[in-house]
Design a protein around this ligand. Structure first.
Ligand code: NDP
Ligand code: MG
Length: 380
């Protein structure tokens, strides 16, 4: 039986991870979780799964829950995330927290030898070089949860890195895929949150609408698969049936397909190298779908993707700036403090102001992340 810990258990990926645990009680046991501020859901999880350790974001919530569940161990804050990440009896850490707050716990989990199922792409964007170096040094596997990266991982089983010609990430196009740039003026938060294919947390849904999500995923793929940016392409595919593809040097392309259901890549990361049944997932019926559509990506329409490629290619601290500026700008849009197109303006300003630092260590990454956040706040 594999013992599982989850950072961000109350989120979209976290709750779907618990669905997988429910479906396979003899395969997986939950031992530790972190939640943010959603105590109501945390209480239900503690009652149902009885984890040994629970971390909450706020100190006072920790005290509240201690009184209600005297047999459970509670902790809180950023240190609580690390405690969950390195929890001794866990075999696999599912990192499903949102944002670069996931970086330090991921690094600590790697140092303590945990296998990491990584959903938290911001961690790989902000400091992919540190994460990959630590994983290699400790012989730790980083198993992708993001559907595109899981698709690539599945396509690469039994293949050799030297035979890869390019990776092709598919993109649904997000909430505004059928709108022109002019039509993006004045779109509301509610419209942006209405994703056509996937039901996800608020931040990633906005990232999908700006196409920053695909930009972050390009950087994520660069690190996970050691691929130069010139060999990572993005293709618009509005049905989200082909989750991504790999082209090999003999011209063969291998794709992974399925109905859009995040539980499939989550389960694959947990069961790898095995495959477990997933009875509740809807089967793909291609005859019923009839047609799949593909379209070239227009980087002038989706400027965030262009910023991400540029930041990735420059390397060093640029992806850290890209990510931090995006996190603050998206939060400001969700709070209705800025309009939709200002998200990319703020990211562009933060990037153009930044001077590259190559091979940044953790303290430089944290400093640049903080400075960028302060700069974008000052623009609000
Ligand atoms: P959600 O917003 O749904 O969930 C985020 C989780 O993190 C919640 O448990 C939340 O707690 C917790 N959290 C938020 N901020 C903090 C903080 N400062 N400290 C501690 N905990 C915090 O996000 P998603 O599940 O959508 O996404 C999680 C990650 O997975 C992201 O990196 C995203 O890009 C990636 N991903 C998500 C996909 C999806 O389908 N949702 C698909 C592919 C990747 P609480 O709610 O209790 O406050
Ligand atoms: Mg994805």
């Amino acid at each position: 039986m594999k013992k599982i810990s989850i950072l961000g258990a109350t989120g979209s990926i976290g709750t779907q991870t618990l669905d997988i645990l429910r479906e396979h009680p003899s395969e997986f046991k939950l031992v530790a979780i972190s939640v943010g501020r959603n105590l109501e859901l945390a209480r239900k999880m503690i009652t149902e799964f009885n984890p040994e350790l629970v971390s909450v974001q706020e100190y006072h919530d920790c005290n509240t829950l201690k009184l209600e569940f005297p047999k459970t161990k509670f902790t809180f804050g950023d240190e609580g995330l690390v405690e969950v990440a390195v929890y001794p009896s866990a075999d696999i850490l599912v990192n499903a927290v949102i944002g670069s707050v996931g970086l330090n716990p991921t690094l600590q989990a790697i140092e303590s030898g945990k296998t990491i199922a990584i959903a938290n792409k911001e961690t790989l964007v902000t400091a992919g070089h540190l994460v990959m170096e630590a994983a290699e040094r400790n012989g730790v596997a980083l198993l992708p949860v993001d559907s595109e990266h899981s698709a690539i991982f599945q396509c690469l089983q039994g293949e050799q890195e030297k035979t890869i010609e390019r990776l092709i990430l598919t993109a649904s196009g997000g909430s505004f895929r059928d709108r022109s740039r002019n039509d993006l003026e004045g779109v509301t938060v509610k419209e942006a949150l209405n994703h056509p294919n996937w039901s996800m947390g608020a931040k990633i849904t906005i990232d999908s609408a700006t196409m920053m999500n695909k930009g972050l995923e390009v950087i994520e793929a660069h690190w996970l698969y050691n691929m130069p940016y010139e060999k990572i392409d993005v293709l618009l595919h509005k049905e989200s049936i082909i989750h991504s593809m790999v082209e090999f040097h003999d011209s063969s392309i291998i794709a992974q397909l399925g109905t859009p259901d995040m539980r499939v890549p989550i389960q694959y990361a947990l069961s790898y190298p095995d495959r477990l049944p997933l009875k509740s997932s809807q089967r793909l019926n291609l005859a019923q779908i009839e047609k799949l559509h593909f379209q070239e990506m227009d980087v002038n329409r989706f400027r965030c993707m262009k910023f991400a490629y540029e930041a990735g290619k420059k390397g060093g601290t640029f992806p850290t700036v890209l990510n931090a500026a995006n996190e603050v700008a998206v939060a400001a849009f969700l709070d209705e403090k800025i309009n939709f197109l200002q998200i990319e303006d703020m990211i562009e300003k933060a990037l153009s102001k930044h001077d590259l630092i190559l091979n940044p260590d953790l303290s430089i990454i944290q400093e640049v992340d903080k400075e960028t956040r302060q700069y974008v706040y000052s623009l609000l």
